[in-house]
Each structure stands twice: as C-alpha cells, then as structure tokens.
Design a protein around this ligand. Structure first.
Ligand code: AMP
Length: 194
C-alpha cells in the first residue's frame, strides 16, 4: 500500500501516521522527522535547513525530494511493498517529482488521506503539543506562518489528488482513537472497492 497523509499543521498527521503504518505494515516516512533528526545529529543537511524550519518555512524542493527518494530506495520500502509518506509532498513541484519517481520505481499511489480540522482549533492543538514535545517550531508566530504556508503551497495538492480520485477526507477533530478508527474504516472501504 502506497499512501500519503496530508493535513494542516496541528491536525495530528504524525500521530495518525504511526498507527496506520503499524496497521498496514508499511514504513511511515515523515519528512519533518527526517529533517529534525538531521538537525539533532548536526549533519550538513541539518545545519542548512535549521533556520528555515525554525521560521516555519519550507525546505527547498530539490533538497526535500532528494532526501525522500533516498529514503524510498531503502530496502524496507521494497520488503513491505509500500510506504506512508507523512508531510510530503507539500508543493505542486514536489508532487510532480514524486509522480516521476514513482513511475521510475513502477509504483503508484493507492490513496491520499487528507485530515481536515477546524482552523480555530489548530493553534491551540499545536501549543498544547509544544508543551509535550518541545518542538522548536511550535511557537505561536511560527505556527501561524506554517498554517499560511500550508494554505498557499500545500492545500492546492488536495485538488490535484481529488481530481485523480485518490483523496480520502477524514475529520481530524476528536480523540486520537476516534480519528484512527475513522481512518481505518475509510481506508478499508476504499480498498474493498478496488
Ligand atoms: P512537519 O513535522 O511535517 O510539521 O514538518 C516540520 C517542518 O519541516 C515544516 O514546517 C517544514 O519547515 C519542514 N518540512 C517538512 N516536510 C517538508 C516538505 N515536504 N517540504 C518542505 N519542507 C518540509
């Protein structure tokens, strides 16, 4: 199963991605987490992108694409015959690059989970998360930038995947378990129809 999970910052993509990946036995690949790992390790990539992430801006497409394609080439993707990409693609350019890479790998997307959330709830959800996880980019100013960037750069992808019939909208307001249950039933309904 080759899946994407999308949604505005604070919708709970990372949390839900873990559960879905476990259920379908595919690796969850989070670009945000890969970037944070690079920053924590002090790699050359980490040093280049640190400022962008702290400000809530996107990492350039070429850098992000290269990192994702490298990750998709790892043996676990082949072994489990699938992946769940969390937080990628985030721009139309990234989506086009992913299409080309998947074609090269003779793979195709099976579905795009789109978490939807009440915009008013996003900032408070993220501030709450900041207390728990202590992420450097979870302060109010950066959160607002990230929500704006999502609307301008990433939301257009919903139309793209909607036109391809891949979009699976899931209401992300509710407890982690409630949302996980919604995702599972939406996915199994979709797979049964194939
Ligand atoms: P996330 O953990 O998905 O919220 O991502 C945290 C931050 O990492 C984002 O605010 C961006 O700065 C950066 N980032 C994550 N994924 C991407 C991507 N696909 N393209 C560009 N920047 C990204």
């Amino acid at each position: 199963m080759n899946l994407l999970i999308m949604g505005p910052p604070g919708a709970g993509k990372g949390t839900q991605a873990g559960g879905i990946a476990e259920h379908y036995k595919v690796p969850a690949i989070s670009t945000g987490q890969l970037f944070r790992d690079n920053i924590a390790l002090g790699t050359a990539l980490g040093r280049t992108i640190e400022g962008l992430i702290a400000a809530g801006n996107l990492v350039p497409d070429e850098v992000t694409n290269a990192m994702v394609f490298d990750r998709l080439a790892k043996p676990d993707v082949r072994k489990h015959r699938g992946f769940l990409l969390d937080g990628y693609p985030r721009t139309l350019e990234q989506a086009a690059a992913l299409d080309a890479e998947l074609q090269r790998l003779r793979m195709r997307l099976d579905g795009v989970i789109a978490l939807t959330a009440d915009p008013a709830s996003l900032v408070s959800r993220m501030l709450k998360r900041a207390e728990i996880e202590g992420r450097a980019d979870d302060n109010e100013e950066t959160i607002r930038t990230r929500i704006e960037v999502y609307g301008a750069e990433t939301a257009p992808l919903l139309t793209l995947y909607g036109e391809r019939g891949l979009l699976i909208d899931v209401d992300a307001d509710g407890t982690v378990d409630e949302v996980a249950q919604r995702i599972r039933s939406a996915l199994s309904e979709r797979l049964d129809r194939r």
